[in-house]
Design a protein around this ligand. Structure first.
Ligand code: ZN
Ligand code: ZN
Ligand code: FE
Length: 747
C-alpha cells in the first residue's frame, strides 16, 4: 500500500477534472481525495502500487476533452488509511490557476434543448461541465459557483442533485441552471420597458428580426447587434445607426450546411467553426451568396460563425437564415456588457433588446481566426481563447517580478505576468475614446482581482502620447518602455516557443514609435536566442507622412509623402482640393508635422490609391485589404525591382515602375500581385544577407493572407524556416505580451 500526493496545474478547472478523478478512483477502488486550489488541482490517493500506477496512466490518457495538464508534481507519502474517495472543498492560497475560457454548447446540451421531453427543452442557459460560460462569469479563483455571477441563483432540487452526483455530467458544473432556478430572458423596447419574458421574449425577438428590426442581444461576453443578413435595408439602418459605413460585419449561420451555401469551407475551417472556441472565421465567399451586398461591401471574404450558446442555437433554428451579428457598440467603442449601460449606449441603435439576468463580469468580443498557409491564425483573441496563459522560457533564470503590460494604442490588450507565464487579456479595442479607456481600466482591474495581482513593474509603449503610456507613468511603479516592433517580435517568439533560437524578426505594420523618434513599420530585427536581444538591422527607406497619424485613415496622405520622396508630387489633384494640396505641400517642404516613416502599411496605402482604391477610408487597413483582394486574382507574378543598400531597402525603383504600369493601363490585379511579390522577395533577400535560418513574420501587414502565403512559400523554397504567430495575433493585439517579455528579460 502507498499514498501518493499529486499537484496538477494547467487547464484543469471548470473542465470536469475533479469528477473525472473521482470516477477513476472509484473504478480502481482507490481511496483519498481531490480538490481545487488557486494553483491547480490537488489529489491524494491511496492503494496498492500497480493500481496507483494504472491510475497515473489513465489520468493522463483519459483526461476530459477540454483539459490540458501543464505540470504534475508527484510525492510518495506514508499511508494514512483513507476509507473512501471524496471531493473536498476548494482551498485558497496564491492565485495562479488557469481560468478557462468560455466554451460553446456541447452536443449533449444541444440535444437537450431541442428535446420536447427534456426539462431543459428550449432553455437558453443550458450548460454542463463540458460547455458554457467560464471567464465571462468568473469573479475570483478558485473556480466555484460562489465566485461567479451565478452566485445569486440558488439551484433547485433537481439541479442540485445533478451538481452533487459524480456520475452526472453536471457534477460540479458551476453555472448549472434550468428553467425553474436559472437565468431568464426578457424582451425590452428601446427605452428598456419590458415587453415580454421567457419563451415569449424569444419568439417576439425572432419575429422582430424576421421583420427587419435591429435586435440587441445580450450574449455570452456582451451585447451583439443582430439583423437579417439577407435584408439590405435592415443592414443599412444598422450601418447608419452604428456609424460603421463600410467595415465588414460578421455573420452567424444556423448551421454548417447553410454556411456552405455562401462560403467555401475547408475541413480545417469547418473544424474551427465547430470547435469549443467557436470563433468568427474569415472565409472566401461564394459568388452566388444570398447575403445583402452591404454586409461586407467590396469584400470577397466573409467573417462567419456558428451558434455557440443555447440562446443563439434557439434563435437561429427559429429564424432559419443567417444574421449579421456584430459587437454591441457605437463605432469604435468597446462592447457593451450590462443592461443599464446598454439602454444608454445602444438605445439609439437598436429597436429591441433581448436581455437576461445573468451578469457578465468582463467584456468579451467574438474572436476572429483566419487560416493562413493551412494553419489557424488568431487575428482577434477574445471569447474562447482569453485568458489562457502563454508559457515563457526566458534565458536568465531567477525570481521574476510581476509585470503589468499595457499594450498598444489600437487593438489594445493588456497582460500580466506571474512567474514565467503571461496572461494576455482579451481584445479591448482602440484606446481613442473615453468608453474604450474605461473598458481598458476595467479589464486591468478584473484581471488583477482574479489573480490577486500587484505589479512590481509596468511595461508600456515608447510612444509618449499614447493613453496607455500616460496611464503607465501615473501608476507610481517602475516603468519599462518597450519599442513597438521589438514587442511584436518577442510576442511571436513566445507564441511559437522559439526560445533559444536565433531568428530574423520581420515586423511590418502601419505605425509604431521608433527608437529614433520616427515612425517605424517596415523593420527587420536580429534576435539572439541566448539573450533575447532584438537589434534592428534593416528597414525601409523612410518617406514623410504629412499630418502624421491622420494618414491612418487617409491613404492619400501616404501617397503624397511617397511621391514627395520621389520628387513627383504633382499628380494629386484628383485626391485633394487645391487648398488642401497647397497646405500639405507646404508642410512637406517646411518639414512641419511630417514625421518620417518606414511603414510598409503606409506604402500599401499609397499603392492602393494608385490602383484606384479610395483616398479616404473608414478603418485602418481598409486600403491594404483592397490591394490584397486585387492581388488574389493573380497567382504568379514577377517582382518589381528594388535595391538594398547597407540594409536600407529602397522601394523607389518599384514605385517608379508601378507609376509607369498605371500610366500604361496595366491591370491593377497584376500590379497588386507584383507589389506583393516584391515585398516577399525583399524578405528573402534580407534573410539571405543575414543568414538566419528562422524567419519570423509578424505585424499587422501579415494579416494579409496573400502576402503571408507568398512570403512563406518563397522562404521555404530558398531553404528558410518561416514562423508565424498563431496563438496571439500578428497585429497589435500581441504587443502587451511582447512588452511583458521585454520587461521580464531586462530584470
Ligand atoms: Zn454541455
Ligand atoms: Zn434548476
Ligand atoms: Fe503594430
Amino acid at each position: 500500500m502507498k499514498r501518493l500526493a499529486l499537484k496538477i496545474t494547467g487547464l484543469v478547472q471548470g473542465v470536469g477534472f475533479r469528477p473525472f478523478v473521482y470516477r477513476l478512483a472509484q473504478e480502481l477502488k482507490l481511496t483519498g481525495w481531490v480538490n481545487n486550489s488557486s494553483t491547480g488541482v490537488l489529489i491524494e490517493i491511496e492503494g496498492n502500487l500497480p493500481d496507483l500506477e494504472l491510475f497515473l496512466q489513465r489520468l493522463k490518457a483519459e483526461q476530459p476533452p477540454q483539459a490540458q495538464i501543464q505540470s504534475q508534481e508527484l510525492n510518495w507519502l506514508p499511508v494514512t488509511g483513507y476509507t473512501e474517495f471524496t471531493i473536498r472543498p476548494s482551498v485558497g492560497g496564491a492565485k495562479t490557476a488557469i481560468t478557462l475560457p468560455d466554451l460553446s454548447t456541447c452536443s449533449e446540451c444541444l440535444r437537450e434543448i431541442f428535446d420536447p421531453s427534456n426539462r431543459r427543452y428550449r432553455y437558453p442557459f443550458t450548460n454542463c461541465t463540458n460547455c458554457g460560460p467560464r471567464y465571462s462569469i468568473i469573479e475570483g479563483l478558485p473556480y466555484d459557483r460562489s465566485l461567479t455571477t451565478m452566485k445569486t441563483f440558488s439551484m433547485c432540487a433537481e439541479c442540485a442533485q445533478e451538481y452533487h452526483n459524480p456520475n452526472n455530467r453536471r457534477f460540479h458544473a458551476q453555472p448549472n441552471a434550468c428553467p425553474i432556478c436559472g437565468p431568464q430572458l426578457a424582451l425590452w423596447d428601446r427605452e428598456g420597458k419590458v415587453i415580454s419574458t421567457g419563451e415569449e421574449a424569444l419568439q417576439q425577438g425572432v419575429k422582430g428580426i424576421k421583420e427587419g428590426l435591429i435586435v440587441a442581444i445580450k450574449g455570452l461576453g456582451g451585447f451583439q447587434l443582430v439583423v437579417d443578413a439577407r435584408n439590405p435595408r435592415a443592414v443599412e439602418r444598422l450601418r447608419q445607426r452604428k456609424q460603421r459605413p463600410s467595415k465588414p460585419f460578421g455573420v452567424m449561420y444556423p448551421d454548417l450546411e447553410s454556411l456552405q451555401l455562401d462560403c467555401l469551407v475547408t475541413e480545417l475551417e469547418a473544424a474551427l467553426l465547430r470547435s469549443p472556441q467557436s470563433p468568427l472565421v474569415l472565409l472566401t465567399r461564394q459568388t452566388n451568396s444570398r447575403l445583402a451586398a452591404n454586409v461586407a461591401p467590396n469584400n470577397p471574404d466573409l467573417g462567419v460563425m456558428l451558434p455557440y450558446t443555447p440562446l443563439h442555437h434557439l434563435l437561429l433554428k427559429d429564424l432559419g437564415f443567417p444574421i449579421v451579428a456584430t459587437s454591441g457598440n457605437l463605432a469604435n467603442e468597446p462592447i457593451c456588457t450590462c443592461e443599464v449601460e446598454a439602454k444608454q449606449r445602444l438605445g439609439k441603435i437598436t429597436d429591441l433588446f433581448l436581455v437576461h439576468n445573468r451578469p457578465i463580469t468582463r467584456p468579451l468580443d467574438d474572436s476572429v481566426v483566419r487560416v493562413i498557409n493551412q494553419h489557424p491564425v488568431v487575428l482577434r483573441r477574445a471569447r474562447g481563447y482569453a485568458p489562457l496563459p502563454i508559457p515563457l522560457k526566458l534565458p536568465k533564470n531567477g525570481v521574476k517580478p510581476q509585470v503589468l503590460a499595457l499594450g498598444a494604442h489600437l487593438k489594445n490588450t493588456i497582460a500580466i505576468s506571474i512567474g514565467e507565464q503571461v496572461f494576455l487579456s482579451q481584445h479591448i479595442g482602440d484606446l481613442d475614446n473615453q468608453a474604450s479607456f474605461q473598458a481598458f481600466e476595467q479589464v486591468i482591474k478584473t484581471l488583477k482581482q482574479l489573480y490577486e495581482f500587484t505589479p512590481d513593474l509596468v511595461a508600456c509603449d515608447l510612444h509618449p502620447d499614447y493613453m496607455s503610456t500616460q496611464y503607465a507613468l501615473q501608476l507610481g511603479k517602475p516603468v519599462v518602455r518597450v519599442q513597438h516592433h521589438q514587442a511584436h517580435v518577442l510576442a511571436a517568439i513566445a507564441s511559437e516557443q522559439l526560445w533559444g533560437e536565433s531568428c530574423l524578426g520581420v515586423a511590418w505594420d502601419g505605425t509604431g514609435y521608433g527608437l529614433d523618434g520616427t515612425i517605424w513599420g517596415g523593420e527587420f530585427f536580429l534576435v539572439k536566442g541566448n539573450s533575447l536581444s532584438c537589434e534592428r538591422i534593416a528597414s525601409f527607406l523612410p518617406f514623410p507622412l504629412p499630418g502624421g497619424d491622420t494618414a491612418i485613415k487617409q491613404p492619400r496622405r501616404s501617397l503624397l509623402g511617397i511621391l514627395h520622396r520621389l520628387n513627383l508630387d504633382d499628380h494629386l489633384e484628383d485626391y485633394f482640393s487645391t487648398i488642401e494640396l497647397v497646405n500639405l505641400k507646404k508642410m512637406l517642404t517646411q518639414k512641419l508635422n511630417s514625421p518620417l516613416t518606414s511603414s510598409v502599411g503606409r506604402l500599401f496605402d499609397g499603392v492602393a490609391l494608385l490602383l484606384g482604391l479610395p483616398g479616404v477610408v473608414s478603418f485602418e487597413g481598409e486600403a491594404a485589404m483592397g490591394l490584397e483582394f486585387l492581388a488574389r486574382k493573380v497567382k504568379q507574378a514577377q517582382p518589381y525591382p528594388f535595391t538594398i543598400d547597407d540594409y536600407l531597402i529602397d522601394w523607389q525603383p518599384m514605385l517608379r515602375e508601378i507609376l509607369t504600369d498605371v500610366a500604361n493601363l496595366i491591370s491593377p490585379n497584376l500590379i497588386a500581385a507584383r507589389f506583393h511579390q516584391t515585398l516577399a522577395e525583399i524578405i528573402v533577400k534580407i534573410a539571405q544577407k543575414v543568414g538566419a535560418k528562422r524567419v519570423i513574420l509578424t505585424g499587422g501587414c501579415f494579416q494579409n493572407k496573400y502576402l503571408s502565403e507568398c512570403t512563406i512559400s518563397k522562404l521555404q523554397q530558398r531553404g528558410f524556416i518561416p514562423h508565424y504567430p498563431s496563438l496571439v495575433p500578428p497585429n497589435d493585439g500581441c504587443i502587451a505580451l511582447g512588452q511583458a517579455i521585454a520587461a521580464l528579460n531586462q530584470s
